[in-house]
Design a protein around this ligand. Structure first.
Ligand SMILES: *Cc1c(COP(=O)(O)O)cnc(C)c1O
Length: 340
C-alpha cells in the first residue's frame, strides 16, 4: 500500500490486490453491448446463481443498480416505501424523483431496520388522492444504521406483506455479503423474497468498480435497456468484471476479519472519555457519538495522528474497516484511539 495514513473513511478506498490485477489483465473480453463479453456474463450468472435469481446486469455503480431497479418496479406517480436512512433516498441525489417520477414514504426503523408492522399502515389504499404504493426498498446492511443487518427470518414476513398487498420488494445489498457473513444466512435464500437485488463489488469486496442488479429474466431485459438509456452500456467491461469475479472467489470469507477489527475499534472507543456511546457493531461499520465538542474536532484530532475517518452528523463519527487494513494497522489504530 502506498498511503501513509490509516484510512477508515470507507470500504470503497481499497486498491486492487496483485492477484486481482492479474485476473483483470488476463480477462477474456468482448463488446458487452453486443452481448459478447464472456467475463461480464460469468459475473452476472455467478451472482444470479448465488442469490437464486434468474439473471444479472453489471453496472458501473450501486447507485445505478438501485435506480434502475426502482425504475423497473415503479410507474410515474407511484410511491416507494423505505427507511428514512436509506441510501436510495439520502445519497442518490433524489434519483427516485428524477429517474422514476415517484414519491417516497419514509419510515423510522430501529437503526434502519423495517418490520411489517412499520410498513403495513404506510401502504396507501386505492384512493383518488393517493400515490400508488408499489415498491418497498430494504438495505442490508444498513449504512446509516452502523452496519446493522436483517436476517432472512426478518425479511420473510416483509416479503409476505408485499406479496399480499401487491408491492415489489427491492434490496439495496451494497454490503449484502457483510450481512451474510454476520448472520450466517445462505445467499440462496434471498432469491424467493426479492424482485430485485443490488450487490456492490467495490465496497468490502475490494473490486475497483462495479455493482450487479439481479432479478427475473424479464426484469433484467428491461433493466438492460434502462442501463443503456442511463449511459451505462459498457463495451470491454470484462476487465472490470474480472475484478468482481476474483473478489467473489477470494474476498468474501475474509469479511469476518473486518467485522472482528470493527469490534476491536469499538471496544477501544467506548473505553475513552471523548466517546459517549458506540452503536452496536454487527459488521464492518463503527459509528460513535462524541462526549464533548463536535464530531469534526474529534475527526481532526484523529487525522493529526494519522487515522482518517468521517463525521456522519455534528456529533457522530464513522469508521469503516476493509481489506487494505491489516491486523497490525488495526493495532496501530487502537493505540491512536486510546491515546488521543
Ligand atoms: C455505497 C452504497 C451504494 C452504492 O454506491 P455507489 O457509490 O453508487 O456504488 C448503495 N447503497 C449503499 C447502502 C451504499 O453504502
Amino acid at each position: 500500500m502506498n498511503s501513509s495514513f490509516l484510512d477508515f473513511r470507507s470500504d470503497t478506498v481499497t486498491k486492487p490486490t496483485a492477484g486481482m490485477l492479474d485476473a483483470m489483465m488476463s480477462a477474456k473480453v468482448g463488446d458487452d453491448v453486443f452481448g459478447e463479453d464472456e467475463t461480464v456474463q460469468k459475473l452476472e450468472n455467478k451472482l444470479a446463481a448465488t442469490f437464486n435469481m434468474e439473471a444479472g446486469l453489471f453496472c458501473p455503480s450501486g447507485t445505478m443498480t438501485n435506480q434502475i431497479g426502482i425504475k423497473c418496479f415503479t410507474q410515474p406517480m407511484d410511491e416507494v416505501i423505505c427507511d428514512q436512512t436509506a441510501h436510495v433516498y439520502r445519497y442518490e441525489i433524489g434519483g427516485i424523483a428524477y429517474h422514476s417520477a415517484a414519491s417516497v414514504r419514509l419510515l423510522y426503523g430501529e437503526r434502519g431496520i423495517l418490520t411489517p408492522e412499520l410498513i403495513e399502515p404506510e401502504i396507501n389504499e386505492d384512493n383518488i388522492h393517493y400515490p400508488n404504493s408499489s415498491l418497498v426498498v430494504l438495505e442490508n446492511t444498513v449504512n446509516k444504521g452502523g452496519g446493522s443487518c436483517y436476517t432472512l427470518a426478518q425479511i420473510a414476513p416483509i416479503h409476505h406483506l408485499c406479496n399480499i398487498k401487491g408491492l415489489k420488494l427491492h434490496l439495496d445489498g451494497a454490503r449484502i455479503f457483510n450481512a451474510l457473513v454476520a448472520t450466517g444466512d445462505d445467499a440462496h435464500g434471498y432469491g424467493k423474497y426479492f424482485d430485485g437485488i443490488s450487490v456492490c463489488l467495490s465496497k468490502g469486496l475490494g473490486a475497483p468498480v462495479g455493482s450487479v442488479l439481479l432479478g427475473s429474466k424479464e426484469t433484467i431485459k428491461k433493466a438492460r435497456k434502462i442501463r443503456k438509456a442511463f449511459g451505462g452500456g459498457m463495451r470491454q467491461a470484462g476487465f472490470l468484471a474480472a475484478a468482481g469475479n476474483y473478489a467473489l472467489d477470494h474476498h468474501v470469507e475474509r469479511l469476518k476479519d473486518d467485522h472482528k477489527h470493527a469490534k476491536a475499534l469499538a471496544d477501544a472507543l467506548i473505553s475513552t472519555n471523548y466517546v459517549l456511546s458506540v452503536m452496536p457493531v454487527e459488521t464492518n461499520i463503527v459509528v460513535f457519538e462524541v462526549a464533548k465538542g463536535t464530531a469534526e474536532q474529534v475527526v481532526n484530532r484523529l487525522k493529526e495522528k494519522g487515522l482518517h475517518c468521517n463525521t456522519t452528523s455534528a456529533s457522530t463519527v464513522r469508521l469503516v474497516t476493509h481489506l487494505d487494513l491489516s491486523p497490525a494497522m488495526i493495532d496501530q489504530a487502537v493505540e491512536i484511539i486510546l491515546h488521543l
